[in-house]
Design a protein around this ligand. Sequence first.
Ligand code: FES
Length: 215
Amino acid sequence: MSVTEQPAPPPPGGPDADPAQAALHDRISADSLTTRRDYLRIVVTVSGGLAVGGLAVAGGVLHRHGDSEDAPAPKRIADQLLPGESLAFRYPGDEDRAVAVRLKDGSLVGYSAVCTHLACAVLWRKERGTEGELYCPCHEGIFDARTGEVTAGPPPRALPKVVIVEEGDGSVWAIGTTRSGESIEKGLCRQIVDARPEIAADLGCPGAQAPGRQA
Ligand code: FES
């Protein structure tokens, strides 16, 4: 599933607000109802395959100090990413190779760049196919640019996704990860179901039960 570009709402505090201050504000107010509503909007748009705005809000909700390691902190990876461009970066850890691509139609996609065969580095090949492909040179493994699924070669599984979103100022962020073959929606639910059960319950995540709502 991809995250596709569309006009994003202004950052908290208004269109002229400093993004860093907005992010800090949202981290502090991560439990507020307003934040929760924004987060719901974010996840709904992600699950609908549309663009995500208000990234700072998502970051504040997805990650708090002390959260489990399954809820990685959001990371700004680029000031912008133009159609056809790719970016190699590390996420969620400093040793975790990842790649983000803006496809020609504006969709943002992100993946682990560690091949699921024998862990070679996966590269972006822009000119292959209709919209490029992810390629592992070790044994000619090829992954679909839009889904991460294996299209050729020996890799046994799809590439795990890195959830990529674009802020209103055009900056590009990594905000989460999925397992191989897992949807973005399912991955987000898995990451917050223990750390943020109240939000997971609001989202209808399977197995989530908000504190205080138990029978
Ligand atoms: Fe990638 Fe073998 S390590 S195809």
